[in-house]
Each structure stands twice: as C-alpha cells, then as structure tokens.
Design a protein around this ligand. Structure first.
Ligand SMILES: *[C@@H]1O[C@H](CO)[C@@H](O)[C@H](O)[C@H]1NC(C)=O
Ligand SMILES: *[C@@H]1O[C@H](CO)[C@@H](O)[C@H](O)[C@H]1NC(C)=O
Ligand SMILES: *[C@@H]1O[C@H](CO)[C@@H](O)[C@H](O)[C@H]1NC(C)=O
Ligand SMILES: *[C@@H]1O[C@H](CO)[C@@H](O)[C@H](O)[C@H]1NC(C)=O
Ligand SMILES: *[C@@H]1O[C@H](CO)[C@@H](O)[C@H](O)[C@H]1NC(C)=O
Ligand SMILES: *[C@@H]1O[C@H](CO)[C@@H](O)[C@H](O)[C@H]1NC(C)=O
Ligand SMILES: *[C@@H]1O[C@H](CO)[C@@H](O)[C@H](O)[C@H]1NC(C)=O
Ligand SMILES: *[C@@H]1O[C@H](CO)[C@@H](O)[C@H](O)[C@H]1NC(C)=O
Ligand SMILES: *[C@@H]1O[C@H](CO)[C@@H](O)[C@H](O)[C@H]1NC(C)=O
Length: 611
C-alpha cells in the first residue's frame, strides 16, 4: 500500500512541476495560478475547464485553489487511488462523458469539500466499495448512463451528507440490502431505466429521511405490499413508464405519508382506491396515461386535502356522480384526451373551488349536464384548450368560449325522461316460471333505467332477480315471496320518471296444470322445459317403460332384418352358415358388414343360430 502510494507520488510531483513551469510561461496574464494544458482556467473565479481536451488521464498540475474542475468529454479510462488528493478546496467535479471503466477505492480521498460529483455517461460496470471514501461533504452524485449491474453493500456508506443521487440508465439488476447504508441525509433518489423488476425494499429502508423517490422505466409488474413502508418522510413518489405495472397491491403504499403521487405511463386499469385511501395529506395525484376507464363514485373521499388530479390521455369513459365527493380543496382537474361524453357538477364536492379544468379532447355531448362549465367558463383556466362539443350536430366544433351569455339557456338543454307506457304490466305466474318486465324510456341524454323491488331496494344487475342492460327486469324461477310491486325508474340529468308493475307468483301445488293463466295476462314464461316444474312431473314410470320398449323393439327389428338379409345372401353363394356371431356397439351403431368380425373393443356379442 504505502509503496504504491510512494511510487505514484513521485512522477506526479515531477509532472506538476513541469506543468507549472509550462503554464507559467504560456499564460502569464490569464491566471494568477498556473493552468495545466489543454485546460482553461477562469479568472477571477478559480474554475478549471478541461472539457473536450482529449485527456487520457486527470491532468497533474491542477491548481490547489480550484473550486471547479470540468473534465467532461475526455477519454479518461481509470481513476487510480487518491487521484485528486491535493484538491481539498474543490467543490464541483465533472467527469461525465469519459470512458471510465474503473474507479479505484479511495479515488476521491482527500476531497473533503466536494459538493457535486458527476460521473454520468461512462462505462462503469461496478462501483467498488470505498470508491467514494472521503467525500464527506458531497451533496449531489450522478452515476447515470453507465452499465452498472449491482450496487454492493456499503458502496455509498461514506456519503454522510449526500442529498441527491441519480442512477438513471444503468443495467442494474440488483441492489444489495445494505447498498444505501450510511445515506442518512439522502433526500432524493432517482432509479431510472434500470432492469430492476422488484422494488429494493430492504435497501430503501436505510434512507430514513428520503423525501423524493423516482422510479422510471423499471420492469416492475406490481408494487407489493409494504414495499416502501420505512420511508416515513417520503413526500413525493413518482413512478412512470413502467408498462408492465398493472396493479398496486392493497397495502403497497402502507406507511407512506405522501403529498404528491405520480404513476403515469404505466398499465393500471383502475384508480388504485384502496392503496391510496390512507394518504390523507395527498395534494397532488397524477395517474395520466394509464388505461383507466372509470372514476367511481364516493371512493376518493379520504383524500381530503387533494388539490390537483391529473388523468390525461387515459381511457376514461365515465366519471360517476360523487367521484370527487369529499375533496373540498380540489382546484385542478385535468382529464384531457379521454373518452368522456360528459362531466357533471354532481361529480364534485363543490365546483366552487375548481380553478382549472382540462376537458378538451373528449367526445363531449353538449347538453344540460355541461351547463355548469359554460356558466363558469370565464373563471376557469382551460389550459389554453377549452372543451369542444363533438357529438351534437348543431353545436359540432363549438368551443366553450364561443358562446355568449344570453345564448346559454337555450343551447345546452336536456329532455326529462318519459317511460313509454305500453300494455299493462301486471303479471300472475306459477312458481318456477321466468318473468320479464319491459321498461323503455326516452329522454335526452338517454335515461338510465333502474328497478326498485317491493322493499324499495335497487335490483342489481346480477342474480336471480336482475336488471338487464336493456332496462328490462328479469325474475327467474319466480317464488311466491317475489310477489309485490316493482318500480321502474328512468332518470337523467333533467329528472326522472317511474312506472310501477306488479307480480303475483302462485305457490306450486301438485294438482295444478299449466292452464290457469287467464286470457289477457301478459306473462313471459321461460321456454326451457327443464326449468318447468309441471313438465318434470309428467316424466313418470309408464313413460319410461314405453320409451325403453320402443328402443328395444327397434333394435331387435334391425337385427332381424340383418339376419334375413345374410341368410339370403349366403344361400345365393351356396355356402350355408348355421351360426353367426353378431357384435354390436351399444349406441345402435351396429354395422351390417362388420357384424361378424367382432373387431371393436367396446362391442357386445351374441351368437345366433341361423335357419
Ligand atoms: C469549457 O471548455 C469547452 C471546450 O473549450 C467549451 O466548449 C466550454 O464552453 C467551456 N465551458 C465553460 C463552462 O466555460
Ligand atoms: C463542463 O463543461 C461542459 C461543456 O463543455 C458543460 O456542459 C458542463 O455543464 C460543464 N460542467 C460543469 C459542472 O460546469
Ligand atoms: C452530469 O452531467 C451530465 C452530462 O453533462 C448532465 O446532463 C447532468 O445534468 C449532470 N448531473 C448533475 C447532477 O449535474
Ligand atoms: C437491461 O435491459 C436492456 C433493455 O431492455 C437490455 O438491452 C440489457 O441487456 C439488459 N441488461 C441486463 C444486464 O439484463
Ligand atoms: C396485500 O394487502 C392486501 C390488503 O390488506 C391484501 O388483501 C392482500 O392479500 C395482500 N397481498 C399479498 C400478496 O400479501
Ligand atoms: C404527514 O405529512 C404532513 C405534511 O406533509 C404532516 O403535517 C403530518 O404531520 C404528517 N403525518 C405524519 C403522521 O407523519
Ligand atoms: C392538461 O394536461 C395537458 C397535457 O399535459 C396540458 O396540455 C393541458 O394544458 C392541461 N390542462 C390544464 C387545465 O392544466
Ligand atoms: C331485453 O333483453 C332480454 C334478454 O336479452 C330480451 O329477452 C328482451 O326482449 C329485451 N327487451 C327489450 C325491450 O328489447
Ligand atoms: C325523482 O325526482 C324527484 C324530484 O324531481 C326526487 O325527489 C326523487 O328522489 C327522484 N327519484 C329517484 C328515484 O331518483
């Protein structure tokens, strides 16, 4: 050790003396200190710019007073130990865009003032433990654009003052559990474009004061439970361009107290309501560019401090009423470039707080549901792109700033629903039948139809009694206790209309036949006989016997025909056979020509005496 250092020191001293002399001669007026060629030394600021100087090694005689040394865009391949030992006052060292393949341990030893170190865009495959020894003041470290595969245990343990660390564009496949040990002041970490497929939970748990964590272009497929739960000071989590990330597990954000969350350009197909719900301090949420189709009602209410919600370029078809209920501070909603036909005031807790609204790039139906936006349009910031009417013929292409105040009431209108009252729908059926009640309605926008059961509960769209997508009510295998009055309710933004129907289900009794339904009752019984109780009963022993006999007889007659045929055929040939073995496949697939061969595995046989 000692010897190597000595050997290294000798030529270094020698070279620096030479350089000092050379520089002193070459640039006597430009700097108060000698400047190593081909560098430029700035005056009066002690900055040394060796960028683009085709250097293959760190120049020897860098003045001790230098605070910035720019070695970017050179051809430096290795950094031996204690390379910069004399530069105790250096604050910024830029080694980006070199050909570094090796940084020896203690390469930076002695640079106790260094604040920023940039070794981006080199060819490092590994950082040896101790490479950053002595950098006790370092605040910013950039190792992006290398080919680093692993971060070893304790690699960064000397960087007790590090605040910002980026490791973008490496080939990282593994981060050792203790890799980040010692980074007790790290505030922001960027892991970007790595081949990591799992969250390095153990390693991250060392970063006790981390405030910002960015994961970009990682191969994550899911964010597992408790992935980040030690990061109690994390405020800003950004995950983007993770096309394989389809889900956040229920407890994946457990332990976090975020104010800002971004998950964009991933593959989430729904708003992660459950993982988010404890983030009561969240102010900023960006889920843009995920294939999310719905924002459901009443599921985001826990995010009571949310101010901005971005969901641009997703596949949103609907924002339900009450979607933002409870979000009393929502100032900005950006749902540009989706598939929304409307956005109702009822989706918000209150539209009073809203300042910015991105709604352009949606196939909007301009009717009374959007009137609230028109009324507020001069006080809303549309981000330069006001919404446009796309679906209604007469307003096609109009944007919301084209309308004048007095036009408003007559332009965006709705028509209240009206249920078409056709035939009287009072139905009496026997137990076990299936009944269908129709409910067709008209209105603008097209009303949504729901049914209330006799207990005034909404009938769901699944189950024995259900609401079909076309608005009909279906009661399958009707039971006596299904009897009562059902109400069809058609509603849209303009109001509602309702229609009661009644169902009477007669309890099944043995003597009943199918003939009691009086004329004029409009029932819609199921056609499927297997579901029909009456027909099942008729399937008695007698029927079975008859059916069996018919089957047996037909089998026997074909066998007989077969024998008669064989008899005459063999007689005409002159050779009389007196017995024959008949093989047959039970499922009456008996074949006459194969009859005597008995080839089939599953055949039965019997022998018969011929006349
Ligand atoms: C450093 O030197 C390079 C090459 O001479 C020059 O292009 C660059 O602008 C200089 N940078 C600064 C910060 O002076
Ligand atoms: C080093 O010089 C390059 C240009 O040659 C410049 O882009 C870079 O910002 C400089 N680095 C620092 C730390 O000033
Ligand atoms: C490091 O250098 C690269 C290339 O010059 C630059 O893009 C990057 O911003 C620098 N990093 C820091 C932290 O300044
Ligand atoms: C990392 O991923 C890139 C691109 O997907 C690939 O080219 C590279 O070979 C991978 N590296 C490793 C070590 O798997
Ligand atoms: C993650 O947490 C959720 C919510 O508690 C739980 O339902 C789920 O089973 C957990 N998944 C795993 C893989 O532990
Ligand atoms: C969560 O963060 C907010 C502000 O960001 C802070 O006021 C609050 O005390 C934190 N809560 C906990 C439990 O740390
Ligand atoms: C919504 O986001 C888009 C795309 O990022 C942007 O162009 C637009 O200005 C934003 N709108 C608002 C109101 O912030
Ligand atoms: C509604 O759908 C059901 C089942 O798909 C069908 O039997 C019924 O005729 C439909 N009703 C109307 C009014 O189209
Ligand atoms: C129908 O509208 C009336 C007021 O117009 C309202 O009181 C009632 O609750 C609505 N009914 C339903 C089922 O939405």
């Amino acid at each position: 050790m000692q010897g190597g250092q000595q050997m290294f020191e000798g030529p270094w001293m020698f070279r620096s003396v030479l350089c000092l002399l050379a520089a002193g001669v070459a640039l006597p007026t430009e700097a108060r200190w000698p400047c190593p060629p081909p560098c430029y030394c700035g005056a009066p600021l002690p900055e040394v710019n060796c960028s683009g100087g085709r250097l293959a090694a760190v120049p020897a005689a860098v003045p001790k007073e230098a605070t910035l040394l720019n070695l970017s865009r050179n051809s430096i391949k290795t950094l031996p130990r204690q390379q910069f030992r004399a530069l105790t006052q250096l604050l910024h060292l830029d080694l980006s865009d070199n050909l570094l393949v090796l940084v020896e341990a203690e390469a930076f030893l002695g640079m106790q003032s260094l604040l920023t170190l940039n070794v981006s865009r080199n060819q490092l495959k590994i950082i040896p433990v101790g490479a950053f020894a002595g950098l006790t003041s370092l605040r910013f470290l950039d190792v992006s654009g290398n080919q680093i595969l692993v971060f070893l245990d304790f690699t960064f343990s000397d960087l007790a003052a590090l605040q910002f660390f980026t490791a973008a564009d490496n080939d990282l496949v593994f981060v050792a559990h203790q890799a980040f040990a010692g980074l007790t002041t790290l505030q922001e970490l960027h892991l970007d474009g790595c081949n990591l497929t799992v969250v390095p939970t153990e390693a991250l748990s060392q970063l006790s004061v981390l405030r910002g964590l960015h994961f970009h272009r990682l191969g994550l497929t899911t964010l597992p439970n408790y992935s980040l739960h030690h990061l109690v000071h994390l405020k800003d989590l950004r995950i983007s361009h993770c096309p394989r990330l389809e889900a956040l597990l229920g407890n994946s954000l457990f332990g976090l107290n975020l104010t800002s969350l971004t998950i964009k350009y991933c593959n989430l197909n729904g708003v992660p309501y459950i993982p988010l719900h404890h983030l009561v301090y969240l102010e900023f949420l960006d889920l843009s560019f995920n294939p999310i189709t719905y924002i459901h009602g009443n599921l985001l209410g826990d995010l009571l401090r949310l101010q901005e919600f971005h969901l641009v370029g997703a596949s949103l078809v609907r924002i339900e009423i009450g979607a933002f209920k409870g979000l009393a501070h929502l100032k900005l909603l950006n749902v540009s470039r989706n598939l929304l036909t409307t956005l109702e005031a009822g989706s918000f807790d209150s539209v009073q707080t809203l300042r910015s609204l991105g709604l352009d790039g949606n196939p909007l139906a301009c009717d009374c549901r959007l009137l609230w936006i028109l009324r507020k349009r001069l006080r809303l910031d549309f981000g330069g792109n006001p919404p446009t009417c796309t679906t209604s013929a007469e307003l096609q292409g109009w944007d919301f700033l084209d309308f004048s105040e007095d036009e408003l009431p007559n332009l965006l209108t709705c028509r209240q629903p009206r249920i078409l009252r056709g035939r009287l729908q009072d139905v009496r059926v026997d137990q076990g039948h299936t009944v269908l009640f129709y409910c067709s309605s008209e209105g603008d926008p097209r009303p949504s139809v729901r049914w209330l059961n006799p207990r005034l509960k909404y009938v769901p769209s699944v189950g024995r009694i259900r609401t079909l997508s076309n608005g009909s009510l279906e009661v399958r295998y009707a039971q006596p206790h299904d009897s009562g009055t059902y109400v069809c309710v058609a509603s849209n933004a303009a109001g509602n209309d309702s229609l009661p129907v009644s169902l009477y289900v007669r309890a099944f009794s043995l003597s009943s036949k199918n003939n009691f339904l009086p004329q004029g009752w409009s029932a819609f019984p199921s056609d499927s006989p297997s579901l029909n109780g009456n027909q099942k009963l008729q399937f008695d022993v007698k029927t079975l016997l008859i059916a069996a006999t018919i089957g047996f007889l037909s089998f026997f007659s074909s066998v007989t025909v077969c024998f008669v045929f064989m008899f005459f055929w063999s007689k005409s040939k002159g050779q009389i056979k007196h017995t024959a073995t008949i093989a047959y496949v039970p499922r009456s697939t008996m074949s006459k020509s194969n009859g005597a061969t008995g080839n089939y595995m599953e055949t039965s046989r019997f022998t018969m005496k011929l006349i």
